[in-house]
Write a protein that binds this ligand. Structure first.
Ligand code: F6P
Length: 366
């Protein structure tokens, strides 16, 4: 009987629970035993009660709950080889050789490395006399499947990551509230949103709320010149009768010399214009709360697809990443997608902003 483990890793995102529920139930439906790894990679390392066999009813109610009910953690030990060896030992002890990881690019890269090292980790466990050759015989290959759970929508090759639309919904609700008080006082507001290396949340929120100006890392304005343009745009809108100004700043915003553009920098410019200005940093409000329909659907469809991918995998199949493109659930090689995502970040670092945008939007090339 195939034994599959499912875990969530890195920052939580709404919809992760839907994907865990789908892996558990699809796994059981296809005749597998399914385990939940609690607390992310920490659970793999510690094993024991953090590796729990799941029943159909264990995930009842998961669709409408925010965060990740099986927990997540940023685990430094898993970055070390001894940590991964410990994780391999725990998985084999439970008889598990397939793992579905729902997380961001860092968590997925870690998972793929684990898969590559698996045969040598097993050899070491045999030479350490933890297992015999016979013990490890049925577990020669580790199957890994990745699902992207991230509110930032920061993975190349997939149109949306699990949680991004929920965070966006939360942001625009908050900006609507802010706009009401801003209009009452004729104020300007700088709203800082999450998105470490990716401006998707800021851009989409800006469009959805009709913000005056948006700062995102992928479209870095000219150093020393953006201040003038910001003032002109805000003034033009005031002249047309707008009673408030809203500027959305992605937390990773920079200028074309890679200087950070912080919400305080932006506020100072608006204050220079004589505007009564406040800053609101939305913070983790964006990550909490229940998932919108899109993320529940996405987590569910991708969770089912992950189980199917495991059942169809051969030792030669590269670790797949389940994504969505043009409204279709798709499968692509995990390493390629992560590589493309890293190239976007490095083109931003090399001030090649056009390349960053085209890579982010690029069709995935297999
Ligand atoms: O990766 C998602 C994200 O929300 C980023 O936008 C943000 O920088 C980060 O997580 C903050 O995470 P934490 O506070 O959990 O370290």
């Amino acid at each position: 009987k195939k034994k599959i483990a499912v875990m969530t890793s890195g920052g939580d995102s709404p919809g992760m629970n839907a994907s865990v529920r789908a892996v558990v139930r699809a796994g059981i439906y296809y005749g597998c035993d399914v385990y939940a790894v609690y607390e992310g990679y920490k659970g793999l390392l510690e094993g024991g009660s953090l590796l729990k066999k799941m029943e159909w009813s264990d995930v009842r109610g998961y669709l409408s709950e925010g965060g990740t009910l099986i927990g997540t953690a940023r685990c430094m030990e898993f970055r070390e080889r001894w940590g991964r060896k410990q994780a391999a030992k725990n998985l084999i002890t439970e008889g598990i050789d397939a793992l579905v990881v729902c997380g961001g690019d860092g968590s997925l890269t870690g998972a793929d490395l684990f898969r590559h090292e698996w045969p040598s980790l097993l050899e070491e466990l045999v030479s350490d006399k933890v297992f015999t050759e016979q013990d490890i015989e049925p577990y020669k290959h580790l199957n890994i499947v990745g699902l992207v759970g991230s509110i930032d929508n920061d993975m190349s090759g997939t149109d949306s990551t699990i949680g991004a639309f929920s965070a966006l919904e939360r942001i625009i609700e908050m900006v609507d509230y802010i706009d009401e008080t801003a209009k009452s006082h004729s104020r300007a507001f700088v709203v800082e949103v999450m998105g470490r290396h990716c401006g998707w949340l800021a851009l989409m929120a800006g469009i959805a709320t009709g913000a005056d100006y948006i700062f995102i890392p992928e479209r870095a304005p000219k150093c020393g010149e953006w201040q003038k343009e910001l003032k002109e745009v805000c003034q033009r809108h005031r002249d047309k009768g707008r009673r408030n100004n809203t500027v959305i700043v992605a937390e990773g915003a920079i200028d074309d010399q890679l200087n950070p553009i912080t919400s305080e920098n932006v506020k100072d410019v608006l204050v220079e214009m004589g505007l009564d200005t406040r800053v609101t940093i939305l913070g983790h409000v964006q990550r909490g709360g229940t998932a919108v329909a899109h993320d529940r659907w996405l987590g569910t469809m991708q969770g089912v697809e992950a189980v199917k991918a495991i059942l169809e995998m051969t030792p030669e199949t590269p670790s797949p990443l389940i994504g969505i493109r043009e409204n279709k659930i798709i499968t692509m090689p995990l390493v390629e997608s992560v590589k493309l995502t890293k190239e976007v970040a490095s083109s931003i670092d090399n001030k090649d902003f056009d390349k960053a945008i085209s890579l982010r939007d690029s069709e995935f090339i297999e």
